[in-house]
Design a protein around this ligand. Structure first.
Ligand SMILES: [Cu+2]
Length: 173
């Protein structure tokens, strides 16, 4: 073996190892991100979530989404928390008819999502009520909430703030 090839061989090997470890760490980052989105701790998938945009001085706001329980056990959404910078409190509400009047009521025991089932939180039904908003909910901004299942499983979600869509207008009778 010539002097030159003795010198080059370890250099080439070192380059090869560097390239390999670089691609391995890229894969690890991408994989970690995917796991985060799958919310494997709770087995709950949050779909079509949004908060309804309000005028700037509004003190209350509503959040809607569909929860899909992908586990084989019933799960109870027991409470929801929101950053104190955004609002003073988040409550789980339902909408009931009292005579001809639609009224909202807090569900202190939460909402059960049966094993494998989907439950929609939508205008005129279940919703998350934000109380004591500091600056209203600005269209195009984002909102972070923590959903708590069975009293201790936390699921952090980020939802867009959007204007009322045609469907929810349809429900205002
Ligand atoms: Cu409400």
């Amino acid at each position: 073996m010539s002097y030159l090839s003795k010198l080059l061989k370890p250099l080439l090997t070192a380059t090869y190892i560097t390239a390999l470890s670089f691609s391995a760490s890229s894969v690890a980052i991408a994989h970690g991100h995917q796991e985060h989105n799958a919310n494997q701790e709770t087995d709950i998938m949050v779909m079509n979530g949004y908060a309804r945009a309000t005028f700037p001085l509004a003190k209350t706001g509503a959040v809607y989404f569909t929860l899909h329980n992908q586990s084989d056990k019933d799960k109870i959404l027991t409470s929801v928390t929101v950053s104190k910078e955004l609002a003073s409190e988040a409550q789980i509400h339902t909408t009931v008819m009292e005579g001809d009047v639609m009224k909202m009521r807090e569900l202190a025991d939460g909402v059960t999502i049966g094993a494998g089932e989907m439950v929609s939180f939508e205008s005129g039904g279940y919703h998350i009520m934000l109380l004591g908003l500091n600056k209203g909910l600005v269209e195009g901004s984002e909102l972070k909430l923590t959903l708590i299942f069975d009293g201790n499983d936390e699921l952090g979600i980020t939802l867009p703030v959007k204007k009322d869509d045609a469907k929810s207008h349809h429900n205002h009778h």
